[in-house]
Design a protein around this ligand. Structure first.
Ligand SMILES: Cc1cc2nc3c(=O)[nH]c(=O)nc-3n(C[C@H](O)[C@H](O)[C@H](O)COP(=O)(O)OP(=O)(O)OC[C@H]3O[C@@H](n4cnc5c(N)ncnc54)[C@H](O)[C@@H]3O)c2cc1C
Length: 394
């Protein structure tokens, strides 16, 4: 069913972005065709231990870096090749369209990289080349046991010291935390509330950091908890200024919700298209499920491409980014529900590579309405700040 295959990313309102998208698309597509078999041989898969998957993905990143692709879309003075988020979006889209994974490390790169390049150019210069070449992995240390949706309630604290800051506290649900080399940690540097928060770059190899993996419902160590026991942070590892943590978190969330939604829709198109290849065309339940999922996915693709264009033009999507997050959660779960309907008994009982991966993805898709901002909270943001509905109108 060719209909569930995504079209190539379309034009952009800004002619220079449109040109960048087309140029990246054409050159990359040709290169992927020639190198696809070699890249498949070094590509990790979900459905196996995350440690193995991430180790394999480092090889894929290395191969992409050697050919110069991972550096496109990042600033030249931070080790990139110039260009905008449009180039990165095309890279992710074409990787997924070719059936290759988008490395897990790049989800964190897309979340943290824009923050580093904007608020801490020195750190970006030092650290971006590491992640772009597969040598390092980063983590995002926002959530705490009693501060998830209510991020302003976080208690992890950084006190000024002679050499910089001393960090104490705990973070949890840190994706790839136990495999990461560095984390961006949001910590309190003053009074309770959202104003006195600051962001720090933390070296997780520090002996005063303890990281423990957490096992998710799919059996994998998707995330970890991190403990900071008087970790000395050099002054140069402050990101932005003291008290700028909330602004930085809001800037970051535009990428965590917007670019991540784009990246996931690319993967989801691949999963739906390859799932449809396994479908019995006489299975009406499966056809219905595929149709519903494809509609949501198409809406997500259109919406998140427009968001990527805004990010590339350095325009702030603001609270409307919550719409992308809601669409993503719905599409992600609908696609994996459709695949489950297609598979029927195979989804439940087949222990082979294909269905192990799809089962694993179905479990993970349940979390898409939680991470990056729980969906109920996103709906409230849309009601309050986008539609400006009065409480009584809901
Ligand atoms: C797979 C996965 C990966 C993650 N990776 C990271 C990571 O790398 N780094 C990181 O910092 N965090 C990460 N998180 C944590 C994630 O950001 C939080 O789980 C999320 O913000 C929700 O917070 P919480 O778990 O404390 O739930 P809570 O905030 O306690 O929410 C519990 C429930 O209450 C609802 N709720 C809460 N407040 C309201 C409200 N005001 N109105 C209506 N409903 C409300 C929520 O929708 C939810 O259903 C990850 C989570 C998951 C599942």
């Amino acid at each position: 069913m060719a209909g569930v295959v995504a079209e190539a990313p379309g034009g952009a309102a800004d002619p220079s972005l449109a040109e960048e998208a087309v140029s990246m698309h054409e050159s990359l597509t040709g290169w992927l065709e020639v190198n696809r078999a070699a890249l498949e041989a070094v590509s990790g898969m979900r459905g196996q231990a995350i440690e193995t998957q991430v180790a394999e993905e480092r090889e894929l990143i290395r191969a992409l870096d050697e050919a110069g692709w991972t550096r496109r879309g990042w600033p030249a003075d931070a080790g990139g090749a110039g260009g905008t988020a449009i180039s990165r979006a095309v890279l992710y889209d074409r990787l997924a369209a070719a059936g290759l994974p988008i490395p897990e490390a790049f989800v964190l790169l897309e979340t943290l990289g824009p923050v580093l390049t904007r608020y801490a150019p020195d750190l970006a210069r030092r650290h971006l080349p590491g992640i772009l070449s597969g040598r390092t992995i980063w983590a995002q240390g926002f959530s705490e046991p009693d501060a998830g949706s209510d991020l302003a309630a976080l208690r992890c604290r950084a006190e000024p010291s002679a050499s910089g800051f001393v960090l104490r506290g705990q973070k949890t649900w840190t994706t790839l935390g136990h495999l990461a080399d560095f984390a961006l940690v949001l910590a309190r540097t003053g009074e309770p509330g959202y104003r006195d928060l600051s962001a720090f770059w933390v070296d997780l190899a520090d002996p005063h950091v303890t990281v423990r993996p957490i096992t998710a419902a799919n059996g994998r160590h998707e995330f970890a908890e991190m403990f900071f026991d008087e970790v000395v942070i050099p002054a140069g590892h402050l990101i932005g200024a003291i008290g700028q943590g909330w602004e930085i978190a809001m800037y970051l969330l535009q990428y965590e919700r917007g670019m991540y939604a784009w990246l996931r829709q690319a993967v989801l198109h691949n999963r739906l298209a390859t799932g449809v290849n396994l479908m019995n065309p006489a299975d009406h339940d499966a056809l219905r499920a595929v149709g519903s999922a494809f509609i949501l996915l198409t809406a997500l693709r259109r919406r998140s491409w427009a968001t990527v264009e805004q990010l590339a033009a350095d325009l702030s999507p603001g609270p409307e980014i919550s719409v992308d997050k809601i669409l993503l959660a719905q599409a992600e779960q609908a696609v994996h529900d459709a695949v489950r309907t297609i598979g029927a008994a195979a989804f439940l009982f087949d222990g082979g590579e294909e269905w192990s991966m799809r089962r694993d993805e179905w479990f993970y898709s349940r979390a898409s309405s939680i991470f990056g901002g729980a969906i109920d909270v996103q709906r409230n943001i849309v009601a309050d700040r986008v539609l400006k509905l009065s409480k009584s109108a809901r």
